[in-house]
Design a protein around this ligand. Structure first.
Ligand code: DHB
Length: 465
């Protein structure tokens, strides 16, 4: 592991009429004993203006925040990020390009993912590899802070979906000793790995409770609609529609998983910031459901205030321009179910998350006792310690974890990849521990990220000043 500040390439890039000049340090190894050298490395970019004594948006070479996006999706390996165009949707400059234009230093690590194998065929990127790598990359930044541009006390992670989950885990588990043996194993730098802020788009997280949360939201909706996506590394994915009705076993799992959620939520003893207890009755109703409804109603209200016509939403009740109430079951029916029950720990043990929780020699494992007991394959259950290492909610109330002070969580109003309960619980636990959380569910926004970079950067500027 090494950082030579003189070993950069000076580059210029123009996109969308914006020209950026920057220094790039690429392929910096952040692990001395990498399991996969191709992935355990990162790119660092800094505005050239900082080396000419200039400032951008009030930042200079010492004070610029360090924006740290990951490119992980589907818990697959993520390549080190580059300024350029977004891989999805209409061609637009990506977060790295715009962050440099805005005056941030960007540290863009590659992270191992669930499909990587060593030459001998064993798996090298199963849990907790992705989070261990992200932490190792932060430690690299802290270790070489004297030579690096930017303020390493202002590291802000960013990611979407599985990448959003990793960002939330970075924010929740800073410096926690649980990760130490894994960091030692890969030869990470001796430094701290806590971060200043976490930006999390639709985090696919709390995986060991995500099945019950999903059925709490979608119970009674038995038809499912999704697009089969072939995840290509870095390339563009292909989609084909898959529509169907859950079979009897899946419907049974839906009822049984939904029944588990109330006792999980009640066991958490959640409260709103002003102290109201958030609980659920066995039928899934209760103050926690009212809280999630408020998140959706707030989203609707923001849309109404912007002049959006919301009259097509039969589940939404608007009175005198105010979104006053909603029917949660009708809402779930309208946004439709994407996944069959159990949504994450599949009975067939073939989900992305089953693959995440494999180990060196096993590609797929269970990670909930429900699916381990009811599964159709004679599958193994991952170790509790490993499941915990992937779950930010296990660290938020743990004093040994240094939490990010600032959080921005976005989970689209019509996201069906995971329940809104997941991001709600994350938010409530963080607020309980004194973190500042900006949590919203943007109207008619599906499972996606980086769609509001202007607002994200305004938030970063506000917390950094
Ligand atoms: C992602 C989406 C999912 O629905 C999931 O279960 C895991 C990961 C993703 O887009 O990263």
């Amino acid at each position: 592991m090494n950082f030579d500040k003189t070993s950069f390439s000076a580059e210029t890039m123009t996109l969308d009429g914006i020209t950026i000049r920057f220094r790039a340090w690429r392929n910096l190894s952040y692990a001395d004993r990498p399991a996969d050298p191709e992935y355990q490395q990162m790119n660092i970019f800094a505005p050239e203006a900082y080396y000419e004594g200039k400032s951008i948006n009030g930042y200079d070479i010492g004070s610029a925040p360090v924006f740290m996006p990951n490119t992980v999706g589907g818990y697959m390996p993520g390549r080190a990020g580059e300024p350029g165009l977004n891989p999805f949707g209409p061609p637009a400059p990506n977060s790295i390009f715009l962050a440099l234009a805005h005056g941030y230093v960007v540290a863009a690590p590659a992270l191992r993912g669930r499909t990587l194998r060593a030459a001998d065929g064993t798996f090298t990127g199963k849990a907790p590899a992705c989070i261990v790598d992200y932490k190792a990359a932060v430690r690299f930044l802290r270790f070489f802070t004297a030579d690096l541009p930017g303020d390493t006390d202002k590291i802000i992670t960013n990611g979407t979906s599985a990448g959003g989950a990793l960002s939330s885990l970075m924010g929740a588990s800073g410096n926690h000793p649980d990760y130490e043996p894994y960091l030692k194993e890969i030869g990470a730098a001796e430094a701290k790995d806590d971060i200043f802020a976490a930006s999390c788009y639709c985090p696919i997280t709390d995986l060991d409770h995500a099945d019950m949360a999903y059925e709490w939201q979608f119970l009674g909706v038995n038809d499912y609609h999704r697009k089969q996506m072939v995840m290509t590394e870095g390339g563009r994915p292909a989609f084909t529609p898959v529509d169907g009705e859950m079979n009897a076993l899946e419907q049974k799992a839906s009822v049984e998983e939904a029944a588990l959620f109330a006792s999980y939520v009640n066991g958490l003893c959640l409260k709103t910031p002003n102290g109201t207890p958030l609980t659920l009755q066995e039928n899934g109703e209760g103050s926690f459901q009212e809280y999630v409804k408020e998140v959706i109603l707030h989203s609707a209200q923001q849309a109404i205030d912007k002049g959006t016509d919301v009259s097509a939403k039969s589940w939404l009740h608007v009175e005198n321009g105010k979104a006053v109430s909603m029917d949660f079951k009708e809402y779930a029916k309208e946004i439709t179910r994407m996944k069959t029950a159990p949504a994450f720990d599949a009975l067939t043990m073939d989900s992305a998350e089953n693959s995440l929780f494999g180990n060196r020699t096993t590609d797929f494992r269970h990670f909930t006792s429900y699916s381990a007991q009811n599964g159709l394959k004679d599958g193994q259950l991952a170790e509790d310690e490993v499941i915990r290492l992937m779950n930010p909610t296990c660290y938020i109330r743990d004093d040994q974890a240094v939490k990010a002070k600032h959080w921005r969580i976005r989970h689209g109003e019509c996201d069906r990849d995971t329940s809104l309960a997941v991001s709600s619980i994350l938010t409530l636990l963080l607020q309980e521990q004194g973190a500042e959380v900006d949590y919203q569910s943007p109207w008619e926004t599906p499972h996606s990220g980086d769609y509001d970079l202007d607002t994200l950067f305004a938030w970063i500027d506000q917390i950094c000043r």
